[in-house]
Ligand binder design. Structure first.
Ligand SMILES: Nc1ncnc2c1ncn2[C@@H]1O[C@H](COP(=O)(O)OP(=O)(O)OP(=O)(O)O)[C@@H](O)[C@H]1O
Ligand SMILES: [Mg+2]
Length: 221
């Protein structure tokens, strides 16, 4: 698995590196000038941004793989977690004209709490939410509540849903759709959720849109 990971990773890094090197050389040698050079510089900036994100994601995954104590669990209140996630994803939603509703089932405030690493769990949720923001048509809903004694968070969007062929492999590293980026976001989310003692799964709703469900053992707050 480690070998496969490095093979995929170096392949994914080579593509942006090749276009960065290509445009940089082209500009240096005067092959691209004026508008062409400007376009080349834009590509260099975009591709380096993409590489930075890729390296950040790979580093996080490697840490999750190796460090035993990477998750130092504390009591996390789901209400606070969701509000924090919504605040961070808001600019992206505004940019895309999307609405976000948080629906917390009417439980005692203390009931919806779990043991987890809060920052990591926020990251896991933001990965799911940024996917939803990319694929939603108009609306994202986050539902939280108790199901069979477990704390469940569901993120639903009204987009086209996961391609059927991708569904069984979504949480594997470097698995992405035609419209995808690095294919690491959901692999990271799964690693974090499982490290926190939870489960994550992906489905399509009857109405078509995607739904990601996270479930955790309940913790007394
Ligand atoms: N809400 C969604 N609706 C439809 N398809 C989705 C949704 N979320 C993810 N996908 C599909 O699942 C693939 C894997 O998602 P994942 O988050 O792991 O990778 P990514 O978004 O492509 O890249 P990264 O998150 O690393 O930037 C995506 O490429 C996309 O095709
Ligand atoms: Mg993603």
């Amino acid at each position: 698995m480690q070998k496969q990971f490095f093979q995929n990773a170096s392949h994914e890094l080579k593509t942006p590196l090749m276009s960065i090197a290509g445009y940089a050389e082209g500009i240096r040698d005067g092959v691209f000038e004026g508008e062409g050079a400007r376009m080349g510089l834009d590509i260099i900036v975009n591709e380096s941004g993409r590489m930075t994100k890729l390296v950040t994601e790979m580093t996080l995954l490697a840490k999750l793989d190796s460090e035993a104590d990477v998750v130092q669990p504390i009591v996390v209140r789901i209400g606070e977690l969701l509000t924090g996630a919504a605040e961070r994803i808001n600019p992206l939603l505004a940019q895309r004209g999307l609405s976000l509703d948080i629906v917390c089932a009417d439980h005692a405030e203390d009931e919806l709490a779990i043991m987890a690493n809060k920052d990591k769990l926020l990251q896991a949720l933001l990965n799911v939410l940024s996917n939803a923001a990319r694929h939603a048509a108009r609306r994202i809903v986050i539902e939280a509540g108790m199901v069979d004694g477990r704390v469940v968070i569901r993120v639903l969007d009204d987009g086209k849903g996961f391609p059927d062929a991708l569904l069984p492999h979504l949480f594997h590293r470097f698995v992405k759709g035609k419209d995808g980026e690095n294919g690491l976001g959901l692999a990271i989310s799964r690693a974090i959720v499982e490290r926190c003692g939870g489960l994550i799964r992906a489905d399509n709703q009857a109405s078509g849109g995607a739904v990601i469900s996270l479930s955790f053992p309940q913790s007394a707050a």
